[in-house]
Design a protein around this ligand. Structure first.
Ligand SMILES: NC(=O)c1ccc[n+]([C@@H]2O[C@H](COP(=O)([O-])OP(=O)(O)OC[C@H]3O[C@@H](n4cnc5c(N)ncnc54)[C@H](OP(=O)(O)O)[C@@H]3O)[C@@H](O)[C@H]2O)c1
Length: 285
């Protein structure tokens, strides 16, 4: 099978400085893309850019610092991208985290909901005008099979009552699916395609970065996990493959469309979440 080239394409990868995002950025740059990676840590950002620029070929990297759990920083990121990269072919919403204890962002929003869902919602909306200008553009939302087994509590979307880090995470990944499906319905074949994915259980640092579990326990769990390179396969497939050029509103795992949970197919819930997210971010109304 021939490899899909990314020469001449611009890709934005949130959370592109570590884990699955970094490997996704590296593979897309290796195929020739100019990749804009987003994260909070300047050192990790600098190292990633060096790595991408050292790959040779036409691929290259740039870093934009932003804390995507803060809505003003998402807006600033979108402004920077619009000013410096007037053409963007692919947006990969990948930055995500698990929080061991309930935390609130500078906006006063529960951190998992803010970062894992609202940042996808807001950044996508702010970048839609640019993406719509580019024929064949794509939006890729990194979700998770962790969405199975939960439903949203619309009376407590920010887990104020009884916090469980894992449940908040699982619900945020269900939000990724509601957002993907509802956006695909609203775009209805005009503008970019939008798909979500499960990367597999991947041996990254996500479980320990925000003290979700102690490191020795995470090490034990991840003995059964796949490598970061393998975790990047499905996001790369959705960003680059000609096979999925016209596919929208689907959930993928192992580079194939799969069925997400029955709960995630609930269109009323998706519309309701959209309305709430629009109210909280001021876009998508
Ligand atoms: N690992 C898995 O098994 C697995 C399974 C299913 C789905 N996923 C999903 O895959 C995605 C990536 O996860 P991962 O395992 O690769 O995680 P990771 O190794 O912890 O990497 C997370 C990336 O996101 C960035 N990030 C974290 N908080 C941020 C913030 N507030 N603002 C901006 N960037 C931020 C990090 O950079 P900085 O820390 O420098 O900001 C880093 O680049 C997530 O959406 C996750 O839900 C992972």
């Amino acid at each position: 099978m021939t490899e899909d080239s990314m020469v001449g394409k611009v890709v934005v990868v949130t959370g592109g400085t570590a884990g699955i995002g970094r490997m996704t950025a590296r593979e897309l740059a290796r195929r020739g893309a100019a990749v804009v990676v987003v994260g909070r840590d300047r050192d990790r950002g600098g190292d990633t850019v060096q790595e991408l620029n050292a790959l040779g070929g036409t691929g290259c990297g740039a870093f934009v610092r932003a804390d995507l759990s803060v809505m003003a920083e998402v807006r600033r990121l979108a402004e920077t991208v619009a000013a410096e990269w007037p053409r963007v072919d692919v947006l990969i919403n990948n930055a995500g985290a698990m929080f061991g204890t309930r935390q609130r962002t500078a906006d006063g929003i529960e951190a998992t909901f803010a970062l894992n869902h609202l940042s996808y919602f807001l950044l996508t909306h702010l970048m839609l005008p640019t993406l719509k200008e580019v024929p064949g553009s794509r939006i890729v939302n990194v979700a998770s099979d962790a969405h199975f087994g939960v439903r949203l509590d619309f009376d407590d979307l920010e887990s104020a009552r009884r916090y469980s880090g894992y449940r908040a995470y699982k619900r945020s990944k269900l939000c990724n699916l509601y957002f993907t499906y509802e956006l695909a319905r609203r775009l209805d074949g005009s503008g970019p395609v939008v798909n979500a994915l499960h990367p597999g259980f991947v041996a990254t640092e996500i479980g320990v970065r925000n003290r979700w579990v102690p490191r020795p326990l995470w090490r034990l769990f991840t003995l059964f996990a796949i490598s970061e390179e393998d975790g990047a396969r499905t996001p790369v497939h959705l960003a680059a493959s000609a096979e999925v050029a016209g596919v929208s509103g689907q959930y993928f795992s192992k580079c194939r469309p799969v069925r997400s949970s029955a709960v995630s197919q609930d269109e009323d819930a998706a519309r309701r979440l959209w309305g709430i997210s629009a109210g909280m971010t001021g876009v998508g109304v």
